[in-house]
Design a protein around this ligand. Structure first.
Ligand SMILES: [Zn+2]
Length: 261
């Protein structure tokens, strides 16, 4: 008993003393489609609850540089679609999807100006009830960015409620109505859906409804790296670059699908 306690205390001591041990560097590397999940790009206080969800504009730009320097290819939703339809890799090496949840206005301020510069593409998941409200993208910004060709928009439901806790009719409304709202204004099919609260937000009732509503791609918050070409058999896993992480963490996100244990 005492030995077990000593071993546990020893492990805790080493984890505290050597933070690198808490990272995933010893996990095997994975090749495939890396989807990165972002929320805010901006500056927050480390004590703010949004801190892990907020990458600074400087770090985000460094991450884009890192992708270019290390032969990653930021792919568009359209390229994902082409690969899905043809089931081919299309000669793309190290494909990366940049995805942004919730449709915050800081995407327009900080991310959009960088996309062209770094030949990067993004998918933004909009909460349709919040478009045009304080802190969120407006329709005008959405239109403007869509015209530029570097940004595609997907649905993140109407109200961002936990779909698991809703009845079937309400789930259908969140999935279908948000799609209709976006398609009415964007004048083309919306192909991507992102579950509010990710893996904890949906259950086995939800995915079939998402697919039968006509979405081709559904995104989770579960970490990992996906097969490439993408065949759509599962929900797309995403790596999650957090606020406060450095480029070594970013390298782990890209190669292990997760930076910390
Ligand atoms: Zn969200």
């Amino acid at each position: 008993m005492i030995y077990a306690l000593l071993i546990i205390l020893g492990i805790v001591y080493f984890l505290i003393k050597y933070p690198k041990l808490r990272k995933t560097w010893y996990w095997p590397k994975h090749e495939g489609l890396v989807a990165l999940m972002y929320h805010h790009i901006g500056v927050t206080d480390p004590n703010d609850e949004q801190f892990p969800f907020t990458v600074t504009p400087e770090m985000f730009e460094k991450q884009l540089q890192f992708l270019n320097e290390h032969n990653y290819t930021s792919i568009s939703e359209h390229t994902l679609y082409r690969s899905f339809m043809t089931k081919e890799k299309n000669d793309i090496c190290h494909p990366v999807l940049l995805t942004f949840d919730d449709g915050y206005e800081d995407f327009y301020t900080y991310v959009y100006p960088l996309l062209e510069k770094y030949h990067a593409y993004a998918i933004v998941f909009l909460i349709t009830d919040r478009i045009g409200t304080t802190g969120y993208l407006s329709w005008e910004q959405i239109h403007l960015m869509e015209k530029g060709g570097h940004v595609a928009f997907g649905s993140h439901s109407c109200s961002h409620r936990r779909l698991r806790s809703l009845n079937d009719e309400e789930i259908l409304h969140e999935i279908k109505h948000s799609k209709e709202v976006l398609e009415k204004v964007l004048h083309h099919k919306v192909r991507s859906f992102c579950y509010p609260f990710g893996a904890g937000g949906f259950d086995k009732r939800v995915r079939p409804q998402v697919l039968s509503a006509g979405y081709l791609f559904d995104f989770s918050t579960k970490n990992g790296i996906n097969p490439w070409p993408w065949l759509g058999k599962k929900t797309i896993l995403r790596a999650f670059p957090r606020g406060g992480e450095d480029l070594y963490d970013f390298h782990l996100q890209l190669t292990r699908g997760r930076s910390k244990l």
